[in-house]
Design a binder for this molecule. Structure first.
Ligand SMILES: [Zn+2]
Ligand SMILES: [Zn+2]
Length: 161
């Protein structure tokens, strides 16, 4: 089986883009105001969809590339945080912004696995343990009930806040 790579997704994106261009070129052959042009209107939507598909495929390629390039000590929680403020991000398309400090990232950080280094061991009420970063530790304090956070940098030290 061939490996799934960002390159393969970018190749598909390129083909979708090329198809979109072909459809547009075909439509350009039909003169404006002709009955032909009227009937082909729906094909214009098709070219828009193909362009959109190319963009989505490019975005998927970017997501896969980021997943593959996660450092070994990455937190890896499947949604992103502001390293300083925790669960304060909002994402739209290819931009994410922290509602606290206004820091921005030029990718869908909120919808991507967290690349920050692990700093804490989180233990929840049920005893489940998870190694997480500073930002996710902050978010856990705000969002998870009865959570215990133990610093991995200074073992034995608990964070009571
Ligand atoms: Zn922030
Ligand atoms: Zn994290």
């Amino acid at each position: 089986m061939t490996e799934i790579t960002p390159a393969r997704l970018r190749d598909l994106a390129g083909r979708a883009e090329a198809l979109a261009a072909e459809v547009r070129a075909l439509l350009d052959e039909a003169a404006t105001g002709t009955p032909e042009r009227e009937q082909l209107f729906v094909a214009m939507h098709a070219s828009d969809w193909l362009t959109r598909a190319a963009e989505d495929l490019q975005q998927a390629a970017g997501k896969l590339a980021r997943l593959r390039s996660l450092p070994d000590d990455a937190c890896g929680v499947p949604w992103g945080v502001c390293p300083e403020h925790g669960a304060t991000l909002s994402s739209s398309g290819n931009v994410a912004i922290c509602g606290e400090c206004g820091r921005t990232w030029t990718y869908d950080r909120l919808g991507s696995p967290c690349p920050e280094p692990v700093r804490w061991k989180m233990t929840d009420k049920a005893g489940t343990e998870l190694a997480i970063c500073d930002g996710h530790a902050l978010a856990a304090r705000q969002q998870v009930e009865d959570v215990t956070l133990t610093s991995l940098d200074q073992p034995g030290q608990e964070d009571a806040t």
